[in-house]
Write a protein that binds this ligand. Structure first.
Ligand SMILES: CC(C)(COP(=O)(O)OP(=O)(O)OC[C@H]1O[C@@H](n2cnc3c(N)ncnc32)[C@H](O)[C@@H]1OP(=O)(O)O)[C@@H](O)C(=O)NCCC(=O)NCCS
Length: 159
């Protein structure tokens, strides 16, 4: 799948807040105890991140991961990782197929942006699938470049 790098520069005038729709889902932090449900959501979306990937990003920015819940199930996710005040990365933007086009990703992205803008981060980046482009555009992100994914079939270890 083609994926591309997008970024958003924050300033006092670009603003982080916007009017939120009234949604019937519960929104809150993504906690370790929700991880199994987030992994199930991710598997359904056929993403290849591992449990370790999720744990790493959650440890990098404790309190920076957000979820939408339908009952006890995670139906949407977003994570943030800030590298000082200059740069942050948003990831794991996934909404369950049957829950899409109801504003869930927009709401989760706004939670992430509020957190990062509140922390004074100047530039936020993410890599976008074709599905995510209009969402990111509507939130002020602009495309930078295509992302190339390289794979190596086997590695020769020379001692
Ligand atoms: C990309 C993705 C996260 C979007 O999630 P979402 O919850 O459907 O996003 P939103 O509902 O906030 O916005 C998506 C669209 O629904 C529209 N929408 C929002 N609320 C709506 C509502 N109540 N009724 C109808 N449409 C609505 C939005 O205006 C937007 O329209 P647009 O695409 O024409 O601009 C989701 O499609 C997904 O998980 N895709 C697979 C994983 C993926 O590729 N993630 C992106 C990684 S970069």
């Amino acid at each position: 799948m083609e994926s591309s790098l997008w970024s958003r520069r924050n300033s006092r005038t670009s603003g982080c807040r916007a009017v939120e729709k009234d949604l019937s889902f519960r929104f809150g932090p993504l906690k370790e105890s929700d991880l199994w449900s987030a992994l199930r959501l991710q598997a359904r979306a056929q993403w290849n991140q591992t449990e370790q990937d999720w744990r790493r990003v959650m440890e990098l920015d404790p309190g920076g991961s957000f979820a939408a819940f339908d009952g006890g199930n995670v139906v949407g996710t977003t994570t943030t990782a800030a590298y000082g005040n200059d740069l942050a990365w948003i990831g794991m933007v996934i909404v369950g197929e049957e829950y899409r086009r109801r504003g869930i990703a927009t709401r989760l992205m706004r939670s992430a942006l509020d957190r990062l803008c509140g922390a004074g981060v100047s530039t936020i980046k993410l890599d976008a699938t074709p599905d995510g482009r209009s969402l990111y555009e509507s939130l002020g992100f602009i495309p930078e470049s295509l992302i190339e994914r390289w794979e190596c079939g086997s590695v020769a270890i020379v001692e």
